[in-house]
Write a protein that binds this ligand. Structure first.
Ligand code: IFM
Length: 459
């Protein structure tokens, strides 16, 4: 048995997001977001479901808080629903929306659980999308105004703020690949959206600092370490391309003040930026995006393996993501804890990130409830412990990681997959809203209490 310790004061938590758990889609003044519209569009959600009720957390939040207390966590990451606060996207503020989060924050603090508040986890008010969504520069101002209202109300008590969750998903899945709301398939719109999300982050940092002095402010990126399938030049170039498109397109403006030149060249080659200019970047934008933050939130699930094939038509080479012959979760994502270790050391070495929180890490597996009424989710336990061992080792080598949030507290609405993928430490029966902690919840409680992971916990 080997015990892997974590530093004193290491923060343990779980994470959720508003749209995925709250339900109450038309209550207390909330109006539709792009995800309500997307889910109502036939064919967009795998099981034809929507999030009108989801986990009914809006009404059952006290029960969910009791689960957090039982887990013994010191932090809880959740997001505020913009369409509850500014139902039309901009303009009038809905106090009933603010009241909900106000009560939640107070109850968390009373339970000695630090609230980690994410301002944007994908539920853009539909009326803003009707004006162009994130591809429109005016959405930046709307976001800053929304953030201002939330920070004025909660800023005296919230000590940790996240501006955005996973800009790559917002821009690429939402505006380029169309798998997420609002469902566009337009690479140029996606580049504009990515820039406006980053700009709104940079412009919001001082607003949060003003209303919430002494708090820590950051952004959350989903980062995917990439490696070539072979040492061939084509595979290595495909890997460079993927890293530029997925990781460096966000890391470089945040930490180096500009978009990566090679990734811009790739976009030129792909025909997305004909003259190599980024026409949506205005004077002062890059300085705003680079505004220093206190931490980077890292969401890590899986690595990518790339294969490249030469162009046959004079255009861009083909880049193919290879499916590894390795254990995978129900999302089809390879399980590889060592890639988390590599990623963290890279962030430390190449970007000098001052502080990191693992703001999401987790896995979808659907193990049945056994005859004993328990859910023995051995694969989730193995995923959890394997990643925490890798994390502990990375910290020992200097990675400045201050906390870990497991995704997710509860099974929830997994976007385009509806309710078909279960990520929770706690199982949710959507027909009854019954919550049943899985065996992994008990393992997590042990880890949190010991501030250490025992590699023998892995089944
Ligand atoms: O459920 C999502 C979450 O909303 C964002 N990060 C990845 C999770 C699993 O797909």
């Amino acid at each position: 048995m080997t015990t892997h310790p974590f530093p004193a004061g290491f923060l343990w938590g779980t994470a959720t997001s508003a749209f995925q758990i709250e339900g109450a889609h038309d209550q207390a003044g909330r109006r539709p977001s792009i995800w309500d519209r997307f889910a109502d569009t036939p064919g967009k959600i795998e099981d034809g479901s929507d999030a009108r009720v989801a986990c009914d957390h809006f009404h059952r939040w006290r029960d969910d808080l009791a689960i957090l207390r039982d887990l013994g966590v010191g932090a809880y990451r959740f997001s505020v629903a913009w369409p509850r606060i500014k139902p039309h996207g901009r303009g009038a503020t809905n106090d009933r929306g603010l009241d909900f989060y106000d009560r939640l924050v107070d109850a968390l603090l009373a339970a000695h659980i630090a609230p980690f508040v994410t301002l944007y986890h994908w539920d853009l008010p539909q009326e803003l999308e009707d004006e162009g969504g994130w591809a429109a520069r005016s959405t930046v101002d709307a976001f800053v105004a929304y953030a201002d209202v939330v920070a004025r109300r909660l800023g005296d008590r919230v000590r940790h703020w996240v501006t955005h969750n996973e800009p790559w998903c917002i821009a690429t899945l939402g505006y380029e690949q169309g798998d997420h709301a609002p469902g566009h398939k337009d690479p140029v719109r996606a580049l504009r959206a990515a820039h406006h999300v980053l700009l709104s982050h940079g412009r919001t940092v001082p607003v949060l600092r003003h209303h919430s002095p002494g708090s820590q402010v950051g952004i959350v990126l989903n980062l995917v370490p990439a490696e070539p399938a072979t040492e061939s030049a084509e595979d290595q170039d495909a890997t460079r391309w993927f890293d530029g498109f997925f990781n460096r397109w966000y890391l470089d403006p945040l930490y180096r003040g500009g978009y990566p030149e090679d990734a811009i060249d790739d976009r030129v080659q792909q025909g997305h930026l004909p003259d190599g200019e980024l026409p949506f970047v205005m004077p002062g934008d890059l300085a705003a995006i680079r505004t220093p933050t206190d931490f980077l939130g890292v969401n890590y699930y899986s690595p990518a393996i790339l294969r490249g094939e030469p162009a046959t038509d004079g255009g861009a080479p083909r880049r193919i993501q290879v499916v590894a012959d390795a254990p995978r979760t129900d999302m089809g994502w390879e399980v590889r804890p060592s890639a988390l270790h590599t990623l963290l050391l890279r962030l430390h070495r190449e970007y000098q990130v001052p502080k990191i929180y693992i703001t999401e890490n987790g896995c979808a597996y659907d193990d049945p409830i056994g005859a004993d009424g328990q859910i023995h989710d051995a694969r989730r336990i193995a995923y959890l412990t394997g990643h925490l061992v890798a994390l502990s080792r990375a910290i020992a080598l200097g990675a400045p990681v201050a906390g870990y949030f497991h995704w997710s507290l509860l099974d929830n609405f997994e976007w385009g997959h509806g309710y078909t993928k279960r990520f929770g430490l706690v199982h949710v029966d959507y027909a009854t809203q019954q919550r049943t902690p899985r065996a992994s919840a008990s393992v997590y409680r042990t880890i949190v209490t010991a501030n250490a992971v025992d590699s023998s916990t892995s089944p």
